[in-house]
Design a binder for this molecule. Structure first.
Ligand code: NDP
Length: 481
């Protein structure tokens, strides 16, 4: 059975304690590989390698760093089909989703930041004919990057690319549930000629490897994407050591549909925003609000379209809906569907595991896309992040009411608004407490914009310019003239 090892100081290294964890293919429920179960010693070795690499890497001309990042992007692109397949097997997501979203977006992350560092600039301010101030932006040093299982390569690249482009060296800890594409990235970095120690990848659990990385005294910056509860643990550990942190956390995002929206666009887009990656995207619109006049029509058309989604082996081209990532996620989804029934919800479709989708996948973690109505905004199902293929639909009567509904959870990651009335869209976008508001679209990405959440969805912003700022430390120089 293949074993995934760590990437430390430019080489693939087994974990120091020799321990490994099983990796399960979600579509079959079977162990198909193993991954290093790293300890604090492995993290310490990775941090030491990153520290050693920092002086040279941070002083390398931007054009040379840019060329290396571009080579990484090229190699990811050349290996796109293999990577998409690996990601589909590792996560249970449909191959066509990995091919069209995860891998191209990972390539773009490296390309974008390879270009961005060539155009970096800093500010200068003249002070009343007395002085000139200019701001130097310097890399932070060794940064810690912790990423989740749902979009493993894409979210890892989203952190690694800006971190190393700006001259930092990094230690990454991907989720041990889906480590395969991170391992492929390590191999590609070696092939691209990334100097040893610039990026180190330590696999293992959050409790052991992740916590050791956060605690390490030589890691002064942590960029974390994952659940809100884990974010709280990380914030607690980092605060007394005054570490700089960015936390990209959970969401319970509203998808708001006005009666004047174009339903021919809204229905397919809402299917994607509800069920993409089996509902395991932090940006999924899990609470759908539809203006009263067209509520019945929406429910009927949406449920009909949901029933047509093809649940199947993620590796088959025709599959729209694959497996949940793990037994634990499947159990969580099942729990919330039972809770919805207890809270008075009506399950219009789904709500169960499908019959075996194929012989190969008979023990996989599949769950039908599920649509629920009849619940109020305050019930637990509408307040807590399920992170699965479960959406609720609720009617609303006015703009004021839907703004209150949208803001009624502790989360504030993203929202979608569907309407032909753009004045209303602007007005409502301003009122909704979330880091991103999409109007007549969902999950369109421009790497230049700040990305992140409000309230319990996170602290700090990533994305293009924001990431360049996050991963650099400003130093002001004031010269008397
Ligand atoms: P988790 O919070 O469970 O884990 C995220 C990462 O943190 C994993 O690598 C995990 O390792 C690690 N980790 C866990 N505990 C610690 C710790 N004490 N110290 C350091 N690291 C730790 O999230 P999931 O992997 O379950 O991902 C799903 C969550 O991520 C959802 O809530 C989703 O909304 C959120 N998310 C947010 C996004 C955003 O941009 N805002 C984007 C994508 C997902 P291990 O796997 O061993 O637990």
């Amino acid at each position: 059975m293949s074993k995934i090892t760590n990437y430390i100081a430019g080489e693939l290294r087994p974990p120091s304690a020799g321990e490994y964890l099983d990796i399960i293919e979600p579509a079959t429920g079977e162990v198909y590989a193993q991954v290093a179960d790293s300890t604090a010693d492995d993290v310490a070795a990775a941090v030491e390698a990153a520290r050693d690499a920092f002086p040279q890497w941070s002083h390398m001309p931007a054009a040379e760093r840019s060329a290396i990042l571009t080579r990484i992007a090229d190699l990811l692109e050349q290996n796109a089909e293999d990577l998409a397949r690996a990601e589909s097997i590792d996560t249970g997501k449909p191959l066509k989703l990995a091919r069209t979203v995860d891998i191209p977006r990972a390539v773009n992350s490296f390309r974008f930041f390879a270009a961005a560092i060539l155009h970096a600039h800093s500010e200068s301010h003249a002070t009343d004919y007395q002085a000139i101030n200019y701001t130097l932006r310097r890399p932070q040093g060794v940064v810690g990057l912790i990423s989740p299982w749902n979009l493993p390569l894409y979210l890892l690249s989203w952190k690694v690319a800006p971190a190393i482009a700006t001259g930092n060296t990094a230690v990454a800890k991907p989720s041990e549930i889906t480590p395969v594409t991170a391992h492929r990235l390590a191999q590609i970095c070696m092939e691209a000629g990334l100097p040893s120690g610039v990026l180190n990848i330590v696999h293992g659990t959050g409790a052991k490897a992740g916590a050791s990385l956060v605690e390490h005294p030589d890691v002064n910056t942590i960029s974390f994407t994952g659940g809100t509860a884990t974010g709280e643990v990380i914030a607690r550990a980092a605060a007394p050591k005054f570490k700089k942190i960015a936390l990209e956390l959970g969401g319970k995002n509203p998808n708001i549909i006005f009666a004047d929206a174009d339903f021919d666009e809204v229905i397919p887009a809402s299917l994607r925003s509800s069920f993409a990656n089996q509902g395991q995207v932090c940006l999924c619109g899990s609470r759908v609000f539809v203006e009263q006049q067209r509520y019945d029509e929406f429910v009927e058309r949406f449920v009909t379209a949901t029933r047509k989604l093809k649940i199947g082996d993620p590796l088959e081209e025709s599959t729209d809906h694959g497996a949940q990532v793990s037994q634990a996620q499947l159990d969580k989804v099942t729990y919330y569907v039972e809770l919805a029934k207890d809270e008075g919800g009506e399950i219009l479709c789904g709500g169960r595991q499908p019959d075996a989708v194929s012989e190969r996948c008979k023990n996989g973690y599949f769950f039908e896309p599920t649509v629920i109505t009849g619940l109020g905004v305050e019930c637990r199902v509408n307040q807590e992040e399920i992170f699965g293929p479960v959406v609720t639909i609720m009617p609303f009567e006015s703009e004021d009411q839907v703004a209150d509904y949208a803001n009624s959870t502790k989360y504030g990651l993203s929202a979608s608004i569907w309407t032909q009335n753009l004045t209303r869209a602007h007005r409502l976008a301003e009122r909704i407490d979330s880091g991103t508001v999409w109007v007549n679209c969902w999950m369109l990405r421009d790497l230049r914009v700040p990305f992140g959440g409000m309230k319990s969805s996170g602290v700090g912003r990533e994305g293009g310019a924001e990431a360049m700022r996050f991963f650099t430390e400003p130093k002001n120089v004031c010269i008397k003239i």
